[in-house]
Design a protein around this ligand. Structure first.
Ligand code: ADP
Ligand code: MG
Length: 701
């Protein structure tokens, strides 16, 4: 069917009309013939099997039976009427029941003619019945396009109540196919179809709705999933390529004094192989004319900060300013202190801007930013305020990108003529498959190697009933000169209760670890920033041995002497949070520990999370489990879920297809960036449709 015909409004399909069209539009978003074709079944029922009434089980399953209606009666009840038909086969008898639409059914039922009935059986008062069965005369049943696998389409209560049942959708689908004569324009290229032995478009679309058999259905699904993922990837990769060719950035050709001086004389340690590789990747980006748009993923403690600094030094060497934005004041301060320390002996000016910067501090910062004497600005969201104007911002680094929306990211870009290069750093490893789908248009660097000499953090799970033992362990560690974190959950929905838990916990710890022998810090979100900073600093300097906190310490805080992380009510944390928290320890030379404290009542998911944490410390592995437990939408947050609004593919289950689709999309664009080769004509046309209708599935034709 040609593309134009498929855009026909759905009300012009035989059997639809204005009322049904309205419902289809509002309930399922079906506006056109094409939308209907793209309504893919949720599942399929096996209709190869016919049951005998005698064989029925009390399991509420969908069954199909052949028999005859021998008798019909209306039964009056207090709560309304119902229509009851007696249905027999050669093995027994049961009842068919209707609570709605009785008149029409009553007038149309044929007595003593063989019917195929289909539906869920109910067991009541010693016999089986089937409410609102699907019903078809055997002779009609045989004439159907329908196959033995019956598709079950997505539906809503309103649709069903308005008579647009699955059967009706089935019928409409048949009608579209009759109109189209099952001739749909191919959307993939010959080489791809041949190499992957894919079904043709027409075969696939037919078999997804009317599967000829299980094998054909599986191939139809594969083909359609591949296609969906292929075009998403094609779009992302093309965006990336266009970005590279169109979005100009300031080229930084020089690796100058700052970089060389620092690299040769001030580097406090040897870079790991992974750090070197990533610095190289960034240098390459910065050296080109294109604006860098790179995501740097590296587990907690993998050493992203030094990479950030080296990148900023390149910007400085080329006469530009740089900024580093972090999600919290604490983290900004820590970055600031760390970088000032690292840059001792270099002639670089670095400032810190957070919500608690004073007016006079701001005034100086604003001035020096605008006259260019300030080289590096570090801070929180405060960097995005309108008054903050760089003379020439060349590189913006964003730490922990999960906390910033994309809009905020782009806000930084408006500060100068060309956009600055952007490096987004995240310690929350994103599973590769998800990264491919959501950030497929970004370049990704990965630090997959921890600095040498790190000891594996020992992670154990302990029940609350073992608290005394845990406390004894804490005392022993403190006696060895170490410091300890104790973290409490703070979930928005139960904030008041959580604060109470935190304060109760704090008090009991103060009792068990009395002054003056023990000094204890507490940090939580309701404290003033200055107080938080004060307490963090006491812990950082080693003046306190225990830090009681909510998840505010989750991100980035670096206290190498802290070797124990106790997580209270660990069952309430998500995997990535647990992993982040664990990353707070194990930063020094000492053996470190994470103790996950929970009650005995644990959900299956919670058990999986705890088992994952105690069995691996690989952030990517943990992220994969997290993805399986929570699904992509929850992990990425709602802002990106649009990208993941897949119709037939599933990022988790179809990750293999995704990889293949991505590599094909790469190959195609690499060999033929403009899609001008004849063999890519189908792809070119489909892609044009896709761009036009802005929906991956709006192009089937
Ligand atoms: P993250 O990736 O979590 O931001 P950091 O940059 O804070 O990690 O680094 C964690 C710790 O490891 C810091 O104390 C840092 O000085 C140290 N570090 C980073 N890279 C190396 C390295 N190549 N060799 C030794 N220590 C390193
Ligand atoms: Mg960091």
């Amino acid at each position: 069917m040609n593309a134009q015909k498929l855009q026909t409004p759905i009300e012009y399909l035989k059997g639809v009309g204005p009322n049904r069209a309205n419902l289809l539009r509002t309930e399922l978003g079906i506006h056109t013939f094409q939308d209907l074709l793209n309504l893919f079944p949720n599942r399929y029922l096996d209709r190869t099997k016919f049951y005998k009434i005698q064989e029925l089980q009390r399991n509420n399953a969908d069954v199909q039976i052949i028999g005859k209606i021998t008798h019909i009666k209306m039964v009056e009840q207090k709560r309304g009427k119902r229509l009851v038909a007696t249905f027999r086969d050669e093995t027994g008898v049961m009842e068919l029941i209707w609570f709605r639409g009785q008149k029409w059914i009553k007038d149309n039922l044929k007595i003593n003619q063989p019917y195929v009935i289909f539906g869920k059986t109910k067991w009541f008062n010693g016999s089986f019945s089937m409410p609102h069965p699907e019903l078809e005369l055997v002779k009609e049943h045989k004439n159907k396009l329908r196959s033995s696998m019956q598709p079950i389409y997505p539906s809503t209560e309103k649709l069903t109540n308005s008579g647009i049942t699955n059967k009706v959708i089935n019928k409409l689908m048949e009608q579209v196919f009759l109109d189209a004569k099952n001739a749909f324009t191919e959307t993939l290229s010959k080489p791809i179809i041949n190499e992957l032995k894919l079904l043709s478009k027409s075969e696939a679309i037919f078999n997804i709705h009317f599967p000829e058999n299980g094998e054909r259905l599986a191939r139809a699904e594969y083909r359609l999933k591949f296609e969906e993922l292929f075009y998403i990837q094609l779009q992302l990769i093309r965006k990336n390529l266009i970005h590279k060719s169109k979005i100009k950035g300031y080229p930084f050709p020089v690796v100058g004094d700052n970089f060389k001086n620092f690299y040769n004389h001030h580097l406090p340690f040897q870079l790991t192989g992974a750090q070197k590789r990533v610095v190289k990747e960034i240098r390459q980006d910065l050296g080109s004319n294109a604006q860098m748009n790179r995501l740097l993923q590296g587990d907690v403690g993998s050493g992203k900060t030094i990479v950030a600094l080296l990148s900023m030094l390149i910007a400085l060497d080329n006469g530009f300013q740089a900024c580093l934005m972090a999600p919290t004041a604490i983290l900004s301060v820590q970055h600031y202190n760390g970088l000032v320390e690292l840059c001792k002996g270099l002639e670089i000016s670095i400032s810190l801007l957070t919500g608690s910067s004073t007016t006079s501090q701001r005034k100086v910062i604003h001035e020096n930013l605008e006259n260019g004497s300030l080289n590096i600005l570090i801070g929180t969201h405060a960097l995005l305020e309108d008054k903050v104007k760089f003379k020439n911002l060349g590189l913006a680094i964003i730490d922990e990108q999960h906390r910033f929306g994309v809009a905020q990211r782009s806000k930084l870009w408006h500060k100068n003529e060309l956009p600055p290069h952007v490096l987004v750093m995240t310690a929350t490893p994103i599973p590769r498959t998800l990264a491919m789908s959501v950030y497929g248009d970004l370049d990704i660097s990965i630090i997959d190697e921890l600095p040498p000499g790190r000891k594996e953090i020992k992670t154990v799970h302990r029940f609350d009933s073992n608290r005394l033992k845990v406390f004894r362990f804490i005392r022993d560690e403190i006696a060895l000169g170490r410091q300890v974190y104790i973290v409490y959950p703070l979930i928005q929905e139960s904030e008041a209760l959580d604060y109470k838990d935190l304060m109760d916990g704090y008090e009991s710890i103060v009792r068990d670890f009395p002054q003056p022998k023990y000094q204890i810090s507490i940090v939580h979100g309701q404290m003033k920033p200055a107080d938080k900073e004060f307490e963090m600093n006491r812990f950082l300097k080693g003046e306190t041995q225990i830090m009681v906190a909510t998840t505010v310490i989750e991100v980035g805080v670096n206290v190498p002497n802290a070797s124990v992380m106790i997580i209270e009510s660990a069952e309430r944390f998500g995997l990535s949070q647990l992993h982040q928290l664990r990353g707070r320890v194990g930063r020094g030379a000492e053996q470190s520990y994470t103790i996950l404290m929970t009650s005995h009542k644990l959900s299956a998911d919670a058990k999986t999370r705890l088992a994952t944490m105690t069995s691996t410390s690989d952030g990517f592995e943990i992220a994969e489990v997290d993805l399986k437990l929570r699904g992509p939408g929850d992990i990425m947050g709602t802002q990106q879920s649009g990208v993941l609004n897949l119709r037939i593919a599933d990022i988790v289950k179809d990750s293999e297809i995704l990889k293949i689709a991505r590599s094909y999309a790469f190959q195609v664009l690499k060999a033929d960036p403009g899609l001008t080769n004849t063999e890519n004509l189908n792809i070119k046309n489909t892609f044009a449709q896709l761009v036009k209708y802005k929906n991956i599935w709006n192009y089937i034709s």
